[in-house]
Design a protein around this ligand. Structure first.
Ligand SMILES: *[C@@H]1O[C@H](CO)[C@@H](O)[C@H](O)[C@H]1NC(C)=O
Ligand SMILES: *[C@@H]1O[C@H](CO)[C@@H](O)[C@H](O)[C@H]1NC(C)=O
Ligand SMILES: *[C@@H]1O[C@H](CO)[C@@H](O)[C@H](O)[C@H]1NC(C)=O
Ligand SMILES: *[C@@H]1O[C@H](CO)[C@@H](O)[C@H](O)[C@H]1NC(C)=O
Ligand SMILES: *[C@@H]1O[C@H](CO)[C@@H](O)[C@H](O)[C@H]1NC(C)=O
Length: 167
């Protein structure tokens, strides 16, 4: 029983540490949404409707016996050629990580690029955390102080509750 206050304290510290880290969710951008990766779709319209950030995924869903995916450069995209391709996928459900802030180019390598199976996406650097953008330095300092003030209050209560108050 004597070890439980320090255990509780460790748990509180852990919980507060986890709660302080704001999660940044990576988005999976499904090319063509429910129409998938197929001929006759204007993927420029699809791409214009999405914002891509570093760490996001782009995924291609298609009939693997008919189509595939090549990552190419701008020349490959403009001319529908896979020469010098940087990557290729053919599982029918391909997840491609967008790890760099740059423009990516993907085409289908079996001639269907000429029927619209090409997509280019501009990947942006991660935006700054919303709190840093919205609050002044003074505001966030006050925020941190009240945040830790609340925690130390709770920790004090926990210590008193679990017997430290008797010292
Ligand atoms: C796709 O849509 C874009 C934006 O409206 C347009 O500029 C482009 O010409 C279209 N592409 C095709 C192949 O129709
Ligand atoms: C753009 O996104 C909206 C909301 O997700 C959707 O309703 C609309 O159909 C999309 N338009 C295109 C061209 O993908
Ligand atoms: C791309 O195609 C254009 C015209 O279709 C041609 O002039 C150009 O040389 C081609 N570029 C490459 C790198 O093949
Ligand atoms: C794309 O790659 C091809 C083949 O490696 C190369 O000839 C061409 O110059 C490259 N184009 C660009 C815009 O980098
Ligand atoms: C596809 O990628 C693999 C490596 O992942 C490479 O060995 C192969 O040559 C590529 N295929 C084509 C057709 O570019």
């Amino acid at each position: 029983m004597s070890s439980s206050p320090s255990l509780i304290f460790a748990l509180l510290v852990l919980i507060s540490a986890v709660a302080t880290v704001s999660p940044v969710a990576a988005t999976d951008h499904i090319v063509g949404a429910n129409r998938g990766w197929n001929p006759g779709i204007n993927y420029t319209l699809w791409a214009n409707n999405h914002t891509f950030y570093v760490g996001d995924l782009i995924s291609f869903r298609y009939q693997k016996t008919q189509y595939n995916v090549f990552e190419v450069n701008q020349t490959g995209y403009d001319n529908c050629t896979t020469e010098g391709a940087v990557g290729n996928w053919s599982s029918g459900k391909d997840f491609v990580p967008l790890n760099k802030a740059k423009r990516y180019y993907f085409i289908c390598g079996n001639g269907q690029c000429f029927n619209g199976m090409k997509v280019s996406v501009l990947v942006h650097p991660l935006p700054p955390p919303p709190t840093a953008a919205k609050h002044s330095k003074l505001d966030s300092a006050a925020h941190i102080v009240s945040h830790w003030g609340l925690w130390s209050l709770m920790v004090s209560y926990a210590l008193i509750w679990f017997g430290f108050g008797s010292f």
